[in-house]
Design a protein around this ligand. Sequence first.
Ligand code: NAP
Length: 295
Amino acid sequence: MGIVTKTVLVTGGGRGLGRATAEKLAVVGHRVILVGRNPAAAEAAVEEIRGSHPHVQVEARWVDLSSLAQVRAFTTTEADRGEPVDVLFHIAGVMQTSKTRRLTVDGYEETLAVNVLAPFLLTALLLPALERSVSARVVTVSSRLHLPGSRGAPVDFDFDDPQLERGYHPDRAYKNSKLAVLWFTYELQRRLGPRRITANSVCPGFVPTTAAASTTGVMRLLMSSVMPHMPFATSVDEATDSLVFMAVDPSLEGVGGKFFGERHPMESSPQSRDTEQSRRFWELAERLTGSANEH
Ligand SMILES: NC(=O)c1ccc[n+]([C@@H]2O[C@H](COP(=O)([O-])OP(=O)(O)OC[C@H]3O[C@@H](n4cnc5c(N)ncnc54)[C@H](OP(=O)(O)O)[C@@H]3O)[C@@H](O)[C@H]2O)c1
């Protein structure tokens, strides 16, 4: 029996896990909209994929997720095509290393903006395209690093200082963003109610080969050459298998509001499951993105 072809929009398609996931999905017959940060990255990725697999359906698009205006312009064009999007896969993400806080053109802390606010707004504005699907999925990428006790500065989301104007640390920004993406995913599932759209989140495992890009110096060397051979490391192939599973595996039909790792549901932190904090974060994201009433 052949596969049911889905249209899958993948962010972060220019490189890393997004690029590799886009390729795997296209190779098994899905139509992939590969979204990179800029035209050169997206088109180069598409050309490379077509070079090895000439008959795949993969199209290049681009948007810089650190700009809410660009996210709006991108989604308006996408929604105007009038075509269904069966899977909206938010893979793009940033992990800063510098202790200097970086702001986006909108004046927001960059990690929060790219990892959470952009997916939040993209999802809101692409709901019409998702609703055109017989059965749609929104998949976000979180990380086990949001769990209490994970390595580095602790997760510590302060609703009075979501932009980390005080006490900025790149680990804290990343972990907070991965907690917030879970709040967003779970609250989205609650708000979608009986619609035929589900929302889940996934941790791809620790993939040093791609994570190396976010590091510098000795750490980059270790991540790209030593850590991939360690027992705790996940290969790009294993990680993208579990991302492809999230996007299209039939066993996930109708399953929503869950956190997965390696194709199995996992417990996310008690804080991520706090419905009051999820609702609070949702309202904050609506304010920051100017998207009230768009979900
Ligand atoms: N690797 C791991 O161990 C690991 C573990 C847990 C979770 N994750 C998550 O998995 C996802 C993919 O990670 P990865 O390892 O593939 O990281 P990566 O190799 O650093 O790739 C990150 C991707 O995000 C894109 N991106 C960053 N900022 C962007 C922006 N402003 N606009 C548009 N695109 C932007 C990058 O595009 P450019 O090429 O333009 O920079 C790149 O395609 C991320 O969400 C990450 O947090 C990774």
